[in-house]
Design a protein around this ligand. Structure first.
Ligand code: NAP
Length: 251
């Protein structure tokens, strides 16, 4: 595992959940913009090959584990950009049939994971003189949908955690941007449906979803604004999707 973070002249960007999807695409985009990127996730084999491809620093990270977060953040004394991306959904069930382990996974990963990383890196973000926290929530952080309460409530909580920092950090050199995507074709649905590829593919059949690169490009734009500009909340959806409940398939 490459653990060096030395890059005296380059701005540092930390991306969580960079082993696939939006996180991997964001790491590529920020590296291409000249950032020294520090990437974390649990699947370290994938991190290693991405790190070799883009010249990043790969470190193992489980955002649900205090000790793993502490080891990941060790030595990161100045951080310009933190992308809180690690997260996802487990299951799609009505509240009456809610699986508590699925709910715990979603809260631990999306909400407490974002809290752990942000809390640990706030001093380093401030020390950079122009820190930026980008949190990937979802349109599920803005609306509810049938059978989605575990995910929508976790994403709402993650969103409110992030938005609270806009108040608490006012006057400090730290910007905060919430990115709320609609449907993006990644491993998201594969994880939600516990590896059932047929079910996951069906989510995107019959419409054109966003790609991870579509989202990464927006994050690259956010990270390249001047220090006084704070893009507060960016909602991006495919043309084929009007809301979490309506798309061209549902009518
Ligand atoms: P993805 O391809 O499944 O990627 C999820 C990433 O999160 C993976 O790199 C995974 O890495 C990481 N992760 C999961 N649990 C983790 C943990 N405990 N510790 C560290 N990393 C962890 O899905 P994605 O669509 O790119 O999701 C990225 C973010 O976008 C998530 O927060 C998701 O909720 C949000 N989002 C997705 C969509 C969509 O439609 N795809 C829409 C709106 C928002 P490891 O498994 O290797 O740890």
């Amino acid at each position: 595992m490459s653990t060096e973070t030395s890059s005296p002249d380059r701005r540092v960007a930390v991306v969580t959940g960079a082993s696939s999807g939006i996180g991997a695409a964001t790491a590529r985009t920020l590296a291409a913009q000249g950032f020294h990127v520090v990437i974390g996730a649990r699947r370290t084999d994938r991190l290693e090959s991405l790190a070799a491809e883009i010249g990043a620093t790969a470190r193992p990270l489980d955002v649900t584990d205090d000790a793993s977060v502490a080891a990941f953040c060790d030595g990161l004394d100045s951080v310009d950009v933190l992308v809180n991306n690690a997260g996802g959904a487990k299951g799609l069930a009505p509240v009456a049939e809610a699986d508590l382990d699925d709910w715990r996974w979603m809260y631990e990963t999306n909400v407490l994971g974002t809290l752990r990383l942000t809390r640990a890196l706030l001093p380093a973000l401030e020390a950079s003189g122009d820190g930026l926290v980008v949190t990937i929530t979802s349109i599920a952080a803005l609306e509810a949908y049938d059978n989605g309460a575990g995910y929508t409530s976790a994403k709402h909580a993650q969103g409110v955690l992030h938005r609270t920092l806009r108040y608490e950090l006012l006057g400090k050199p730290i910007r905060l941007t919430e990115i709320a995507p609609g449907m993006v074709e990644t491993e998201f649905s594969l994880v939600r449906f516990d590896g059932d590829k047929e079910k996951a593919d069906a989510v995107y059949d019959g419409l054109t979803p966003l790609t991870a690169d579509d989202v990464a490009e927006v994050i690259g734009f956010v990270a390249s604004r001047p220090p006084h500009v704070d893009l507060d909340l960016i909602v991006l959806k495919p043309r084929d999707q009007a809301s979490a409940r309506r798309n061209i398939k549902t009518g």
